[in-house]
Design a protein around this ligand. Structure first.
Ligand code: TXA
Ligand code: MG
Length: 341
């Protein structure tokens, strides 16, 4: 590899304790050396994220998970075999040699081996593939996750003083929503627990381990991607059944309000700004964050989203949409009321 290869330069920056943004197949990550607590602290500072939130550690293909985690259950090995490299994060018991900083002080650790070739090249170049790169999504806390290098620069700026000087460009992330997170750290007492839905579904997991994961309980490890309000654009977001979209757009216009619409099945040409998103769940997930960013950029009073189907294939998408809309409860009603009341 050339010394001026951006991936090699980024690996050297990671080794020096700096931050590197890099593409994965789910979303872009903001990486730091997982074994360097000062470097991990820089991630929290750049994101404006609370220090007690754990971050996922990314491993090169073929790396030894046993270096990072203790008491790895056989189900974890089966899932790594089936889905790594890929969009599945496993929560395991943290090995005592690993600094608590990556886990927000918890005794667990989140591990994932990404499938994106640029992520893999970076992980192989970083400490010759023996290190781990701690990386949350490369966005400011609570914002929409980035699925392109441009989104990352929009989040952190790209001037000489920007907190993130290395942004590797690997094109648009293929999956588009964050990895599925499965907690296997409490197998004996709680069994497998699905902390965050994603491309890999509960049924996909059950097909491998012969057991359906449970939904999170109060004692489950904390996951910030599971906060009710998250993945949110600046404009309020409202989810609408397809059959009400036309009427709501019309009433908003009559009230002098500008709406932006992410439409799936309804006809074009209704709202002042529109994004036509894919019909199928995987295509929808691929475009979801770019759609939210694009509709946010038109500075509408509200972003309307035609609600997609509710079945399992849509669970990851519906989870992110519900969180994006969470702080907007009642906004649509208020926008409409003002004119009609
Ligand atoms: O697809 C993804 O997972 C992306 C890419 C970059 O890999 N990363 C990502 O990271 O979404 P982040 O930090 O935005 O979300 C990671 C989630 C958070 O909800 C975090 O709390 C949870 O993983 N997590 C990480 N380590 C954990 C642990 N030890 N216990 C419980 N949750 C953990
Ligand atoms: Mg995130």
């Amino acid at each position: 590899m050339e010394a001026n290869d951006p991936v090699v330069a980024a690996a050297r920056a990671l080794e020096a304790g700096e931050l590197v943004a890099f593409p994965t197949e789910t979303v872009y990550g903001l990486g730091a050396d997982a074994e360097n607590p000062d470097a991990v602290a820089r991630i929290y500072a750049a994101k404006g994220r609370p220090q007690n939130h754990p971050v996922i550690v990314h491993l090169a293909p073929g790396a030894d998970p046993g270096y990072w985690a203790d008491d790895i259950p056989p189900e974890a090995r089966q899932l790594m075999h089936a889905f790594w490299p890929g969009p599945l994060t496993l929560i395991l018991r943290r090995a005592s040699r690993i600094p608590a900083a990556v886990s927000g002080g918890q005794d667990t650790i989140g591990l994932r081996c990404p499938a994106h070739p640029v992520a893999q090249a970076l992980l192989r170049a970083f400490r010759q593939g023996s290190g781990g790169v701690a990386a949350p999504s490369a966005n400011r806390f609570g914002h929409v996750s980035p699925t392109t290098a441009r989104h990352v620069r929009d989040e952190f700026g790209d001037g000489p003083d920007a907190p993130v000087r290395h942004v590797l460009d690997g094109g648009q992330s293929e999956v588009g929503i964050e990895s599925t997170i499965l907690d296997l750290s409490r197998m004996a007492t709680h069994g497998p627990v699905l902390l965050r839905p994603g491309r890999i579904t509960a049924s996909d997991i059950a097909a491998v381990i012969g057991r359906q994961p449970a939904l999170p309980d109060a004692a489950a490890p904390r996951a910030s991607g599971t906060l009710e309000s998250h993945y949110a654009p600046a404009a309020p977001v409202a989810l609408l059944p397809a059959e009400t979209v036309a009427e709501v757009v019309r009433r908003l216009a009559a009230a002098g309000k500008r709406s932006a619409l992410i439409r799936r099945t309804v006809a074009a040409g209704q709202a002042p700004a529109e994004f036509a998103i894919a019909m199928d769940a995987q295509g929808y997930a691929h475009d979801l964050y770019a759609a939210l960013r694009a509709m946010d950029a038109v500075h509408a009073d509200i972003i309307l989203v035609e609600a997609p189907p509710a079945d399992e294939a849509w669970q990851g998408v519906n989870d992110r949409l519900r969180r994006a809309a969470h702080d907007s409860n009642g906004v649509l009603a208020r926008l409409l009321q003002r004119q009609e009341g």
